[in-house]
Design a protein around this ligand. Structure first.
Ligand SMILES: Cc1cc2nc3c(=O)[nH]c(=O)nc-3n(C[C@H](O)[C@H](O)[C@H](O)COP(=O)(O)O)c2cc1C
Length: 179
């Protein structure tokens, strides 16, 4: 069954390592016959959630910006993929801001059932992404019908493009191909 996959990439850098994972995931998913849309937050105007809770009645944010448009894309996707650099052992602020802006989804009839997380960091080791994964898990747990199905982490990459040739790209491709 063809699924519609929305990938939200949150690194501000050109040649981003986490975005390379996102592209590999997208290629795997496309090769498997799914439709894929990628949104790069760096090119968007996204204001902070105001915490007004109007969205819980309106099922839409009162702010009219790119965050509102992306939230509606999240609403209609079957699969959500979040890609982030590890910043201070957590997800990027850019991604956290977008996840908060996803608050209208909380009471809505959202479609997504599967969520994936892709991340990259300078340090190696499975402990490096654990708080970031836990942050994503916390967000997903607020959506009863969805589960965090998988994550790929690539450590030891500091500069843009460092990820080239790393086997984690293949892992991300395979994950996308098996959605
Ligand atoms: C503000 C900031 C915080 C960072 N914090 C960490 C960290 O806690 N642990 C780590 O291993 N790398 C850290 N890094 C390095 C990035 O995770 C690394 O450069 C990664 O490749 C960035 O991914 P990107 O290319 O997708 O932007 C940090 C970088 C920045 C700019």
């Amino acid at each position: 069954m063809e699924k519609h996959i929305l990938i939200i990439s949150s690194s501000p850098r050109k040649g981003s390592n986490s975005e390379a994972l996102a592209i590999a995931f997208a290629n795997g998913a496309k090769d498997a016959g799914h439709s894929v849309e990628m949104v790069t937050l760096a090119r968007q105007q996204i204001n902070y959630c105001r915490g007004c809770f109007a969205c819980q009645k309106l099922l839409r944010c009162v702010l009219r910006d790119d965050g509102d448009i992306i939230e509606q894309k999240m609403h209609h996707a079957d699969v959500l993929v979040f890609a982030s650099p590890i910043y201070y052992y957590n997800i990027s602020g850019q991604l956290k801001t977008m996840l908060d802006r996803g608050n209208p989804l909380f009471c809505a009839d959202y479609k997504f059932r599967e969520v994936y997380f892709l991340s990259a960091a300078a340090e190696e080791g499975e402990d490096v992404p654990k708080r970031a994964i836990s942050s994503i898990q916390g967000w997903v747990e607020c959506f009863d019908k969805a589960t965090l199905k998988g994550s790929v982490f690539c450590g030891g990459v500091t500069n843009p493009g460092d990820i080239e040739g790393r086997q984690e790209l293949k892992q991300a491709y395979e994950m996308g191909a098996n959605v």
